[in-house]
Design a protein around this ligand. Structure first.
Ligand SMILES: [Mn+2]
Length: 329
């Protein structure tokens, strides 16, 4: 398979041109990048090729991203027979939020996660990209004279760029990231409304946040963590998204370089979200049925004992890191 990005982008553009029907999908439990990149590409292709039938199809959504608009209705299976399927922001096939993708005639993967389980007839993966949306904007720029970027597409793509990069704070943000973001801003995005959608919370939310800081735990070497039990989820009315967003509250504590949230799924499994600065947590996550990015990974454990083991491992790893490195904060 060709892995030169320029050649692969050309292959993808040729495929898009040659198909009348295109299905776009993303990963389950979608975040801003998954929703933004799929809505953004769908809007980009609709404006560029009005004669094509383009469907954004997925099996789940996230309420806090509803402001980007609904997905399309699921087409009949026969729709796929002559269709190109494009899956964005999804590292592995089992995380695709569309069980029908195998019915398509050709499958394209566009992603920025670690590519340890490749899929697709054509695969464009750049692991160092800050978001999949950044890649879609790069794709637009590569074929600028043949594609039409609307304000609607730019708004969706900008949403994914700001959310996946922690508001352009993460180390994955490069000069190229900002040059591509600038292309979107030039379309006249209403960022006041966008950040209001992304940042504002109901008053009740802040009661939960206060509870988190009262009840979080800390290890000797600087791991901050919280167990989000079923009881807590019920008491504060947390849905899956709100429970998993707890990780974000732990990210600004000085000397606590690794932070973890353990979310009880209620089915015998516990979702683990791992975040860090200066040190990588990706390998730790991979030892607990997970993976992801260097400083933002996910994992799954199957008991609180296993959770404690993960915490001990994180603590030992961080202790060693602090003894052998300088300059961390
Ligand atoms: Mn992403």
């Amino acid at each position: 398979m060709n892995t030169d990005p320029i050649a692969v982008k050309q292959q993808i553009f040729n495929a898009i041109q040659s198909y009348k029907r295109i299905v776009i999908s993303r990963h389950i439990r979608p975040d801003g990048d998954a929703v933004g990149s799929t809505h953004g590409l769908a809007a980009l292709l609709r404006a560029s090729f009005p004669e094509k039938d383009i469907r954004l199809v997925s099996e789940d959504s996230s309420a806090y991203l509803a402001f980007l608009g609904p997905d399309d209705e699921t087409p009949d299976d026969s729709f796929y027979e002559d269709a190109l399927v494009i899956v964005i922001d999804t590292g592995t096939v089992d995380r695709v939020s569309n069980k029908k993708i195998g019915l398509g005639k050709q499958l394209i993967k566009i992603d920025h996660h670690i590519d340890d389980k490749p899929y697709g007839d054509v695969s464009w993966v750049e692991e160092e990209r800050s978001s999949a949306c950044e890649m879609i904007v790069d794709f637009y720029c590569s074929f600028r004279d043949k594609l039409t970027l609307t304000k609607e597409a730019a708004y969706a793509l900008y949403t994914g760029m700001v959310t996946d990069s922690g508001r352009f704070r993460f180390p994955s943000v490069t000069g190229e990231t900002l040059r591509l973001a600038a292309v979107l801003l030039d379309q006249g995005i209403d960022t006041e409304t966008l950040f209001a959608h992304l940042n504002l919370e109901e008053y009740e939310h802040f009661k939960y946040e206060a509870y988190v800081y009262e009840n979080m735990q800390r290890t000797e070497n600087g791991v901050a963590y919280l167990f989000v039990t079923r009881e807590m989820q019920e008491r504060f009315g947390l849905d899956r998204e709100a429970a998993s967003n707890t990780i974000g509250y732990l990210d600004s504590i000085k000397n606590y370089l690794i932070w973890l949230a353990f979310i009880d799924n209620g089915d015998g499994s516990i979702r683990v979200r791992l975040r860090s600065r200066f040190i990588t947590v990706q390998e730790l996550a991979s030892r607990y049925h997970g993976g992801g990015h260097d400083r933002a990974s996910g994992a799954t454990v199957y008991s609180w004992e296993e959770a404690e083991a993960l915490i001990r491992e994180a603590d030992a790893m961080l202790g060693e890191f602090k003894r052998t490195h300088e300059g961390w904060l």
